[in-house]
Ligand binder design. Structure first.
Ligand code: TRP
Ligand code: SF4
Length: 339
């Protein structure tokens, strides 16, 4: 697709976490797929970000990054529309991170809400590292190096985008002459559909309650069978309430209007059973996931196709990053040219 210069730029990223689940899909990916036609999009797998917490064992980072890329392609990120790449393949991010680290006051980083909370709560690793504190500066570099106008993120990342704006402002204040180097990016908050996992808590890898985008139909059906329901509905003859049932939540996100109406009526009047109701939810999930899995199969059978896409993404991302770095160095009076 021809990239018109007037299209606003979007950058977003995910840490290299390995295979993605439905929560990642409704919380981010689905939205990214839609944005591709309207914006010039850059999507990065943030493998350096994964190192800020999982630095002690790097044996799975590469594989985890690749799994994320496969799920992105499966879900419909399209290399003909968007730039898809892995963060560490574009080392210019590290140079900008270093320069931004010079101007970022420690207090700003210590005040990031997730910083203290995670440092105190995550006990199985020592997060008292330089890299962990600097995590949001690395994220700012990711965003600013593409001069992104918009950053689609969930609630948990909004503070990081806010900090990115402050860093951009400070940089522009120090080094921007007539024209500021960095536009201030805006967070585009992804409306968070409440997506419960199989145990009714928020779907999350750390709770072990996920449905993966790669789960085959029998696994999806099995997971649904064990999913918790409205606790008030003990017997088949007890009426239930889909508004307090995690399966009811799944229907609201994935089922057709007709099915949702059937669930509402049938659950409240006890004319349907939970087993039947769950099988309809499973139907909706299978319908969503099977085309993704079909698309993914092509890349699993021929991984080189995906590596080629990444190579092309790296090339396009590097070109954009290097253009920004020229502006950055020139603004700081540190251009690589002799004159
Ligand atoms: N920090 C984000 C997360 O944990 C991932 C990320 C890295 C990101 N770089 C980014 C998100 C830039 C948005 C923009 O999910
Ligand atoms: Fe939940 Fe469906 Fe059972 Fe109602 S019928 S309690 S919505 S699983």
């Amino acid at each position: 697709m021809a990239s018109t210069p007037t299209r606003k730029r979007v950058l977003s990223g995910m840490r290299s976490t390995g295979k993605l689940h439905l929560g990642n899909y409704v919380g981010a990916l689905q939205n990214w797929v839609r944005m591709q036609d309207e914006y010039q999009c850059f999507f990065e797998v943030a493998d350096w970000h994964a190192l800020t917490t999982d630095y002690a064992d790097t044996s799975r980072v590469k594989e985890n990054s690749f799994e994320v890329v496969l799920d992105w392609l499966a879900a419909g990120l399209d290399p003909n529309k968007s730039v898809i790449f892995i963060q560490s393949h574009v080392p210019a991010h590290a140079e900008l991170h270093l320069l931004l680290s010079m101007i970022t006051p420690l207090g700003w980083l210590e005040r990031v809400p997730t910083y203290k909370e995670q440092r105190d709560n995550i006990k199985d690793k020592d997060l008292g590292t330089y890299g962990f504190l600097g995590y949001p500066v690395l994220q700012a570099a990711d965003i600013l190096i593409y001069k992104a106008n918009f950053v689609p993120v969930g609630e948990d990342q909004v503070a990081h985008v806010e900090l990115t704006r402050e860093i951009a402002r400070r940089f522009n204040g120090f080094y921007g002459s007539a024209k500021s180097v960095f536009p201030e990016p805006a967070a585009l908050l992804t409306p968070a559909a409440k997506l419960p996992g199989t145990d009714g808590r928020k779907m999350s890898k750390s709770y072990g309650n996920t449905i993966l985008l790669t789960d085959p139909e029998p696994v999806v059906r099995q997971k649904l069978k064990t999913m918790v329901t409205d606790p008030a509905r003990v017997r088949r003859s007890d009426p239930g309430n889909p508004d307090v049932c995690p399966v009811g939540d799944l229907h609201k996100i994935f089922s057709s209007k007709e099915t949702i109406a059937k669930v509402n009526e049938g659950c409240r009047s006890a004319s349907i059973g939970c087993i039947e109701c769950k099988s309809w939810a499973a139907d909706a999930l299978v319908q969503l996931l099977s085309p993704m899995q079909e698309r993914r199969k092509k890349f699993e059978e021929n991984p080189q196709l995906a590596w080629d896409i990444l190579e092309d993404g790296t090339r396009r991302a590097s070109a954009a990053a290097s253009e920004t770095m020229d502006h950055v160095r020139a603004a700081m009076g540190m251009s690589l040219k002799l004159k």
